[in-house]
Design a binder for this molecule. Sequence first.
Ligand code: OFO
Length: 166
Amino acid sequence: LLSERMLNALNEQVKIEAESSQVYLAVASWLETQPGLEGYTEFFYKQSDEERHHMLKFMHYINDRDGHAIIPALAMPQNNYQQVIDVFRDFLKNELEVSQSINNLVELALNEKDYLTFKFLQWYLDEQLEEEKMAKTMLEKLELVGSDRGGVYQLDKDIVGLRKKV
Ligand code: OFO
């Protein structure tokens, strides 16, 4: 059985993953309205799906451990951006925060001697490493091209292959 503290912390993470999914969905929708940014658009629709998958994985785990996964209310995400690089700054910032919350869960699981949850969380540690790497790589590339629109469009093509590489 999950302890009360562990259950609440895991349910808090359900909300964090749901919020990430929602935020990336809003990003994808904004990108889709901008001309010529199909690659970035596809990347964020996919990212939103992945976050929903992360959320579902937490929910099934909670329910399998005789807890009850609670579906939270979500705040309206940011729906407009000035430029593509701002999206990636927020993407990296959000993923770093998610990594911190996963780290906190790992710490709690160890403190509670809940080794099943500790084991379950290992998958998320690997996933966060990969997502932070993708976000950093794209941000660095966008910083290199700066305000050169040709560079931004070139990277739009590169981003589709990035998910497989990192
Ligand atoms: Fe990228 O956040 Fe989920 O785990």
